[in-house]
Design a binder for this molecule. Structure first.
Ligand code: GEK
Length: 241
């Protein structure tokens, strides 16, 4: 697995973080060492998809990157005629994921789509996944995306929403941020890498509170919203329609 060294040398001026070829090339290492619990969220997306995907429906992986959640779903779905639609607006990610998914022999159909998740249609869906993607959308666009997902889900369908979050309480915010940085350092990132990545992500990754995320889901019409996972300032929710 190629190692992420993108922010290892001092860079001035730092450019805004984008999901380009350099990032796609090191993405599995980057996300595993940066997002506490990432491997668990991927594994449980598979488990949940195995439970909720219905025959003859679509499952959506929105902001699919290299297709880790798509593959997890694919390995657990046993129902017939399910199609997984994986969408990402990074050409580098889609091209690389095409190769990775091409090497996987499972039978569930996968369609890769290079587009903005705000543009695509969501129809006949039993499972939708936003695994650390919503945080990269402009805040003003988030409600209409969640609304579109709600409308595209069949009765009994679910949205799995994983996000980095912030805390209303300043003391908790500062402690959880410290703990997250300690996690990154324990995974081999230097102070410089942590600091430069943080700056590059400013106004690119915009986290909200758990309450704001839950409210958005309820406002869209979801009946039940359950927190199934939290590790420091990273959470995952299951919303049922
Ligand atoms: C995983 N879910 O491995 N439209 C489409 N894609 C987008 C958009 C958009 N508007 N904005 C961002 N992306 C993956 C991890 S990474 C999370 C998701 C992270 C894409 C972007 O190109 C990138 O591939 C992904 O969302 C976010 O389970 O890097 O922290």
């Amino acid at each position: 697995m190629p190692k992420d060294k993108i922010f290892s040398t001092p860079t001035d001026p730092l450019v805004k973080f984008t999901f380009d070829k350099h990032v796609a090339d090191v993405f599995p290492d980057m996300i595993e060492r940066s997002v506490p619990g990432y491997t668990t969220t991927i594994a449980m997306i598979g488990v949940l998809a195995g439970q909720y995907a219905k025959a003859g429906t679509n499952c959506y992986d929105l902001g699919s990157s290299l297709g880790a959640a798509t593959l997890a779903m694919r390995h657990h779905i046993k129902e017939e005629n399910v199609k997984i639609v994986a969408v990402d607006n990074s050409r580098a990610m889609i091209e690389k994921s095409q190769k990775i998914i091409g090497r996987d022999a499972s039978s569930t159909e996968v369609e890769l789509v290079l587009d903005d998740i705000l543009n695509i249609e969501i129809i006949n869906a039993s499972v939708c996944v936003l695994n650390f993607t919503l945080q990269f959308l402009p805040v003003a666009d988030r409600q209409k995306l969640i609304q579109k997902i709600f409308k595209g889900l069949l009765p009994g369908g679910i949205l799995i929403l994983s996000e980095k979050i912030v805390f209303g309480n300043q003391d908790e915010q500062s402690k959880q941020t410290d703990w997250h940085h300690a996690f990154k350092k324990a995974n081999g990132y230097s102070d410089l890498e942590v600091a430069q990545k943080r700056t590059a992500l400013e106004n690119v990754l915009i986290p909200e509170t758990l309450e704001q995320n839950k409210k958005r889901l309820f406002d869209a019409g979801f009946k039940n919203v359950n927190l199934w996972f939290q590790c420091f300032n990273f959470v995952s929710l299951v919303a049922e329609n």
